[in-house]
Design a protein around this ligand. Structure first.
Ligand SMILES: [Zn+2]
Length: 199
């Protein structure tokens, strides 16, 4: 490895740090970013006959800055994660709201309301509105914390990061806002692809 770092003209310590972060990306389930079916992708694919390298889901745009991308600028020399790397790990491992296609349920593991944490579930109806079907206090144990807080205040439910699951896979990352109407139902003000998931 020392040779590979030297061949690329990179400081050895930086190169070790980069490699550790990149390999931990694999440990967490991230595949190589350049392995996509994009015809415009100028970065070459790993040999698909030798490696099962495409992963099973692409839920962000192609990320030229990913630490998992061989064609990233200053590969070997930069250990930092891109915005998309960070949001990808949050999507997999964060306790964040999840909308499941099969059940049309929006599960929120933690939403702050009047200074206290709750867990809640909403059901999307055929009218396009969400109905609150359960809500219960939760506690502040570390395993119930979330790095990105969902809040409910002044009838507005703010979802800074929301994952859309189908067939038990993360398909999309969204950001959204719902408003509770006088009928108690929640109306979509906006739900859009999260800005950090696109270039
Ligand atoms: Zn790799």
């Amino acid at each position: 490895m020392k040779q590979r770092c030297a061949d690329n003209g990179i400081n050895f310590e930086q190169c070790i740090q980069f490699t550790a972060v990149h390999e931990f990306g694999h440990v967490l389930g991230l595949s190589h970013e350049h392995n996509r079916d994009f015809s415009f992708n100028s970065c070459s694919l790993d040999d698909p006959a030798r490696y099962n390298v495409k992963g099973n889901t692409s839920f962000t745009d192609y990320d030229p800055d990913s630490i998992m991308n061989y064609c990233r600028q200053n590969y070997y020399g930069d250990k930092s994660l891109s915005l998309m790397d960070k949001i990808s790990v949050k999507a997999y491992y964060g306790r964040i709201p999840t909308f499941t296609d099969e059940t049309s349920k929006l599960d929120i593991p933690r939403v702050m309301f009047q200074g206290n944490p709750y867990k809640a579930t909403l059901q999307l109806g055929s009218d396009g509105k969400f109905t609150l079907i359960s809500m219960a206090p939760t506690n502040n144990l570390p395993e119930n914390q979330s790095s990105i807080e969902t809040t409910f205040s002044n009838s507005i439910l703010t979802l800074p990061l929301l994952r859309y699951m189908k067939n038990r896979k993360v398909m999309k990352l969204w950001k959204g806002t719902l408003r509770q109407g006088s009928d108690g139902k929640f109306y979509r003000i906006n739900i859009d692809v999260h800005p950090d998931a696109k270039v």
